[in-house]
Design a protein around this ligand. Structure first.
Ligand SMILES: Cc1ncc(COP(=O)(O)O)c(C=O)c1O
Length: 381
């Protein structure tokens, strides 16, 4: 048997990849599992996107290799989406690169900017891919702790006191997953000033700004941000298109050029029909957001009830696709979720998978139908 590369030594299979096998096993054994674990939108993609994708299948170029940078109309649609929703002007040809989901962008950006041994700042708790990819490219993790007491925000003044000379990248993700923290006034401005002072490229991973959030914001809206920042965005949650795999990265022409050098050597373009569908989705207005948020708001009210029934506490101001809840003191998150899975057949995510600072917390997805949430409440009563 061939041995895996050294870089895999500390890299484990993604938590959900493993845990969902266990969930599937329970379902196959006939147990009625309610999956409140993963944030995979269960509602349909916009009908206009589906229709445009199907129509695109008949275009003469539909089945050929596609451009490494996406068709011009897709980049234009992304530019208009940023202008209309965040007030950010980005040049469609040079400052926007379509991605097959924002998750792949984490790898492309890391490969484009990191040498082995470079340091990377990322949040604890935070999306696990920042840590996993940092390890895969043999860079060094320097986590910044987020706590309820500091409003789940990095203490930039404290960070600036440390030796950050080796830090090349900093990942932030606001609105924040898993805690649901919104972008506070002035925070993005402070972050850009920090990035400039420390000569760090800061990347905001921004897939949740339209979910239950009435004030979508982009880091790139801060004057001068393009020099020191990138932003990832995604159609996965905004348009219920997680399985389509459409995302984007925006930044300066120079930075985007470096990322393209990696990406163009890794894939050969996004399927044409998907690009056509994505263009249609990006053109939808406020009605679409009102539609999905109406449903998510009702689900969230029920999940808050479930959380209360479990004796957990929560912040009712959180935004995004999840509810982040604090366990009663002394309860171990992983033991708790295993008990819920095996005894109540409810799958919830333990906060530990997002880092040590998530140890006292659990995360509920809102991608679950109201009837199922009601059923979960009945089961735990
Ligand atoms: C914080 C965060 N970033 C990125 C992603 C990946 O999204 P995409 O489907 O665009 O790859 C997710 C998905 O769950 C996420 O929670």
């Amino acid at each position: 048997m061939s041995k895996p590369a050294n870089r895999l030594q500390e890299t484990k299979e993604y938590y959900f990849s493993k845990k969902l096998k266990e969930v599937r096993g329970l379902i196959a054994a006939g147990h009625p599992v309610i999956n409140m674990g993963i944030g995979s939108p269960d509602m349909p993609a916009p009908p206009a996107a589906v229709a445009a994708m199907l129509k695109g299948l008949h275009d003469s170029v539909a089945h050929q290799y596609q451009s490494y940078t996406g068709i011009p109309a897709l980049r234009e649609a992304m530019a208009t989406f940023y202008k209309d929703n965040y007030g950010v002007t980005a040049q469609a040809d040079t400052e926007i690169l379509p991605l097959m989901g924002s998750k792949e962008g984490i790898m492309h950006i890391s490969m484009a900017f990191l040498n082995p041994g470079d340091k990377v700042l990322f949040p604890n708790p935070g999306y696990p891919s920042y840590a996993a990819v940092t390890r895969l490219v043999e860079a060094e993790a320097l986590t910044y702790d987020l706590t309820a007491e500091n409003g789940w925000l990095p203490d930039l003044k404290e960070l600036a006191k440390q030796d950050l000379s080796q830090v090349k990248l900093m990942w932030v993700n606001y609105p924040h997953m898993p805690t649901g923290t919104k972008v506070p006034d002035g925070f993005f401005e402070e972050l850009i000033a920090f990035a400039k002072a420390q000569d760090i490229l800061v990347i905001n991973d921004n897939p949740y700004s339209f979910i239950l959030n009435d004030n979508p914001q982009s880091l790139l809206a801060v004057p001068g941000a393009m020099d020191v920042a990138l932003e990832l965005n995604s159609l996965s949650k905004t348009y219920n298109m997680a399985g389509w795999r459409v995302g984007m990265v925006l930044g300066s022409e120079t930075h985007i050029g470096h990322i393209l050098r990696v990406k163009s050597n890794m894939d050969s373009g996004m399927f044409y029909g998907i690009q056509k569908g994505a263009i249609a989705a990006l053109g939808l207005g406020k009605d679409w957001f009102d539609h999905i948020n109406g449903i998510y708001a009702q689900r969230r009210a029920l999940v808050f009830k479930l959380v209360e029934t479990l004796g957990c506490s929560y912040d009712s101001n959180q935004v995004g696709l999840f509810v982040w809840a604090k366990l009663p003191s002394g309860i171990d998150a992983e033991a708790f979720i295993d008990k819920m899975l095996l005894e109540k057949y409810i799958f919830i995510t333990p906060g530990t998978i997002f880092g040590t600072m998530g140890a006292d917390y659990i995360r509920f997805s809102l991608c679950v139908k109201e009837e199922e949430i009601k059923e979960a409440i009945e089961r735990v009563k």
